[in-house]
Ligand binder design. Sequence first.
Ligand SMILES: NC(=O)c1ccc[n+]([C@@H]2O[C@H](COP(=O)([O-])OP(=O)(O)OC[C@H]3O[C@@H](n4cnc5c(N)ncnc54)[C@H](OP(=O)(O)O)[C@@H]3O)[C@@H](O)[C@H]2O)c1
Length: 313
Amino acid sequence: MLTPSHRIFVAGHRGLVGSALVRALEKRGYKHILTRSRTELDLLDQPAVRAFLMKEKPEYILLAAAKVGGIGANMAFPADFIYDNLMVAANVIHSAHVANIDHLLFLGSSCIYPRQAPQPIGEDALLTGPLEPTNAPYAISKIAGITMCEAYNRQYGRSYRPVMPTNLYGINDNFDTENAHVIPALMSRFHAAKIKHLPEVVLWGTGTPRREFLYADDAADACLFLLEKDDSLDLVNIGVGEDIPIHDLAQIMSETVGYRGKVRFDTGKPDGMMRKLLNVQRLATLGWRPRTTLREGLQQTYDWYLRHQTGRP
Ligand SMILES: NC(=O)c1ccc[n+]([C@@H]2O[C@H](COP(=O)([O-])OP(=O)(O)OC[C@H]3O[C@@H](n4cnc5c(N)ncnc54)[C@H](OP(=O)(O)O)[C@@H]3O)[C@@H](O)[C@H]2O)c1
């Protein structure tokens, strides 16, 4: 089990999840945290990854590096999404094995479950049906990573643990409206509307689809909780277990940002899936619950956004 004396490599430490993992480790008193920026170590470069792991010999790898983006980015760059994520997973997982590193955490994502999975989505829904076509390249690369973890555990007795977080948001998120996920995209749009005194913000669809959102620091806390307390290697969903309609999210977002105009839904535009909620029974039974409410998480994210404006410092 993970303890503060272990040497840990956090891959992707500048990203949303990676930075939250580093904060969570530091908060718990972990002292031996290794990080490398992409310019110092490109995880697409297999010889470099292998040499780094052979030299540094971390005891745990938390693999939070990936090519991640919203629906627009997934549709515009499908080749990049499948190539980068397959290669990062293959390079890091295989090199970890070659370097005789026993423990690894691999991040999947709720969006790789089948499109028609029964709600709330249990871990056993993986690979039971067709994927959402818009992000299938991303999903297939992530499913390959999860399957690699299981294969290396079975063949070599490794402890490579896959987890499945829901939609995450927070500090260090990507606020570029072209590539962003729902929360950072909405936050930057409401912020821009406030600054420009626009009378309304128009959002796609009816506002009725429901989504689940977890603060990234809570997701990081759940990851460490699992590594510290639970020695099973089964896939575990990480989520809130509750969802909210997009129109409620828009309302909370406009209050958080202090936008005083109207929110209008363009009902001629598509809604997307009506619901995407994880079943978090497995994690709840182990004794973990999220700590941060959506309002608190959005406020902390907005405070950070105001300090850094364009997203990444
Ligand atoms: N965001 C979500 O809502 C969400 C939900 C569920 C699961 N997840 C999972 O969590 C993981 C992390 O996602 P995130 O949202 O934290 O993404 P993110 O904010 O975009 O961070 C990803 C990090 O990976 C780094 N990276 C990407 N390719 C690299 C490479 N070739 N070499 C070295 N570093 C590389 C990026 O470095 P640069 O800064 O240099 O680009 C970035 O720091 C992913 O596996 C994702 O599937 C995310």
